[in-house]
Design a binder for this molecule. Structure first.
Ligand code: AMP
Ligand code: GLY
Length: 419
């Protein structure tokens, strides 16, 4: 049987493992208790690239699938490929699309990708000048640390004063570390966001079903930003035409620009998009699957996911696979206090059998003396499938109610569309 080695330990990785376990033998480094039920987890440090390659060779993995961005930014895909292993995930130079917002912005502009007006600033005074320029244009600024900042590092500002404070914190106080030495200052756009996950090989691509993520901690999109509190796929307000437009204006040109630089992108390109006045803009690229978008997206995929990833990893054209007609909604169950400080090691009770048309994805869980305990901010993703978003949502919440741990919190409006 074919073997896949999945790198990572979150809800995204459990979802990928759940999907692939129907088609091949699943191994994970380090994995989590959910993955352990359907595959084999190997202890180890994903930051040790040589160790990852050794494991892949030892288990004779046919494919290595990398979940989080950090190993990709460090060059894991290059190390694996140099040893003749097949990896789904871009190399270090391609991964700069996520690792450097300055590089991404410059390439977007070069490629003609619609994106907010912006400036790459390498000193505080350049940053000041950029926010002043936006202010004079009557626009509100966004200040982004250029480097990898664990999903933080972006400050969406209401006015000039907030932008100057954000610049100070990012560039001078280095609140996001070295990532903030260079910033991108850009115009704040207004609109609705969605995520497009596109499987890419060179300039060839095929997009997975669209999804939407809920980034804010509280209902009604209030409260602090988080890693993601839930997801929906498909997104009712995103039309087929809008997806084609995004592919043509945002995915294809950036792949062409990479290719013109001699780069060969092999993996998933995650475009974070905003629709303002009917026009689609690119807010950011990520070089990996989204979390928790992936939980809802893979629940809706037909057969052939393993072959799709394998062929793409080998440099072949991504071959489209089927899509189930159902909608999927994922509700993320978090530890009390998240995204701030929270307790770990709290006992968890999960139902021995989940209701039909639901899947419980583990994210921040661990085994302690055999018992399941909390081990992270985002603890589970409760996914429901149904003929409509409303029905999928009802099932996801039914499952969310059945899981118990002290301090359990979740948003109550995931997938609740007013229109
Ligand atoms: P990013 O990491 O660049 O996607 O930024 C994180 C979040 O900040 C996005 O999902 C948006 O909600 C918000 N954001 C980023 N750029 C902009 C922008 N130009 N205008 C408005 N909101 C933005
Ligand atoms: N859901 C957003 C992310 O994965 O970055």
């Amino acid at each position: 049987m074919n073997k896949v080695l999945i790198i990572g330990s979150g809800g995204r990785e459990h979802a990928l493992a759940w999907k692939l376990a129907r088609e091949c033998e699943v191994h994970a480094l380090p994995g989590n208790p959910g993955i352990e039920e359907i595959g084999q987890c190997h202890p180890g440090d994903v930051a040790d690239l040589a160790e990852v390659a050794r494991l892949a060779r030892n288990i004779a993995a046919d494919l290595v699938l990398v979940g989080p961005e950090n190993p990709l930014l460090e060059g894991l895909a290059d190390v694996l490929r140099s040893e003749g292993l097949v990896c789904f995930g871009p190399g270090k130079r391609e991964a700069l699309l996520e690792g450097s917002k300055a590089f991404a912005k410059e390439l977007m502009v070069e490629a003609g990708v619609p994106t907010a007006w912006g400036r790459v600033c390498r000193s505080f005074s350049e940053g000041e000048e950029a926010v002043q320029t936006l202010h004079q244009m009557g626009k509100r600024p966004v200040v982004k640390a250029s480097g990898a900042a664990l999903g933080k590092g972006v400050t969406v500002c209401n006015d000039l004063r907030e932008a100057l404070l954000a610049l100070e914190r990012t560039m001078v106080e280095l609140e996001f570390g070295e990532a903030g030495r260079t910033v991108v200052v850009e115009e704040r756009l207004e609109g609705r966001e969605f995520s497009l996950l596109t499987v890419c090989s060179g300039e060839a691509y095929w997009s997975l079903p669209v999804a939407q993520d809920y980034k804010r901690a509280e209902d009604g999109d209030r409260g602090p930003n988080t890693g993601g509190m839930g997801s929906v796929s498909p997104t009712p307000w995103v039309t087929e035409d809008l997806v084609r437009e995004a592919e043509e204006k945002i995915v294809a040109p950036i792949l062409r620009a990479l290719s013109q630089r001699g780069l060969d992108y092999r993996g998933v390109l995650f475009s974070g998009l905003m629709v303002q006045d009917g026009e689609v803009f690119c807010l950011e690229y990520n070089v990996r699957f989204g979390d928790p978008e992936t939980q809802s997206v893979v629940a809706r995929l037909g057969d052939g996911f393993y072959e799709l990833l394998l062929e793409t990893g080998r440099g072949g054209r991504p071959q489209p696979i089927g899509e189930r007609p159902e909608a999927a909604v994922t509700v993320v169950l978090t530890s009390g206090g998240y995204p701030g400080a929270y307790a770990k090691g709290l006992p968890i009770v999960v139902p021995s059998e989940v209701p039909s048309d639901t899947i419980l994805f583990h994210a921040g869980t661990a085994r302690r003396d055999g018992d399941l305990v909390t081990a992270g901010g985002r603890v589970f993703g409760a996914t429901g499938l149904g003929p409509t978003v409303q029905e999928a949502r009802r099932r996801a919440y039914k499952l969310a109610d059945l899981v118990q741990f002290d301090g359990k919190r979740f948003r109550s409006d995931i997938g609740a569309y007013e229109d």
